[in-house]
Write a protein that binds this ligand. Sequence first.
Ligand code: GLN
Length: 280
Amino acid sequence: MSNWAEVFKQTVRTLAGMGFPEAEAEAKVITAHVYGGDFSSLCLRFFDECDRKQEVERITEDRLSGKPLAYVLREKYFYGRRFCVDERVLIPRYDTESVVEHALVLARENGYKTALDLCCGSGVIGATLGAEGAFRTLCFADISGGALTVARENVRRLLPEQPARFVQSDLLENIDGPFDMLVCNPPYISAEDYAALEPQVKEYEPREALFADHGGYAFYERLARETPRVLSGNGALVLEIGDGQADRVCSLLNENGFVKIRWGCDLGGRPRWVSGLKGE
Ligand code: GLN
């Protein structure tokens, strides 16, 4: 029987041999997943016999088809927590952690108690706000019923005590409010950029979670107009944005009466979020 170190090295070789550029990082995630802990704890057991080699091989085989690793494993870590994901939701990106971090700063500064995670997908934003912040109630909304099912499962598992509502809604169509804070990572990829995305993203991730009309600004235009209706006085709108979208999104918030408009970057130094407060 092989030990874990051998199984790990074989996984790296298999993935690298098929041209996967992140072979080592992915082999770490796969072996740690099968081991049932993080990779550093697996390293302490590296020379123990591995009785789950077949499972590692099955997962690696599945990954070789081109399916994103998060869908193969049906999980993705976000802000230190494990979220269940499948093809019904966009795979959470680490860039989104900076959006949540800023939302938490605003919530602390202003004592916000209610929040809406709009276009919630797997629910990573709202669930992280619930786990890290001090919100009395949370609401999760998405146009996709499938996404809401995934979000509900994640929230129930991670925050069993948190009062939360789940609403199927085309943006704010079925939403009343008021909320102290609305955080949204809307689709923002333009037709041109969508065409240039990696095949893995286009083939597997939901297009409706990524693509936006009007050069990528369709949802920001609607959000800037429609969100004041569901925000409390002094409430905040926090939006994830794509590279190069900060100026125009800031202008949209300004044109729609938002104040204290700010933008900031992700850990890679790229502009990633814009926020504004509804006036008093
Ligand atoms: N809110 C989810 C995320 O940040 C999904 C976003 C989306 O579907 N556009 O991952």
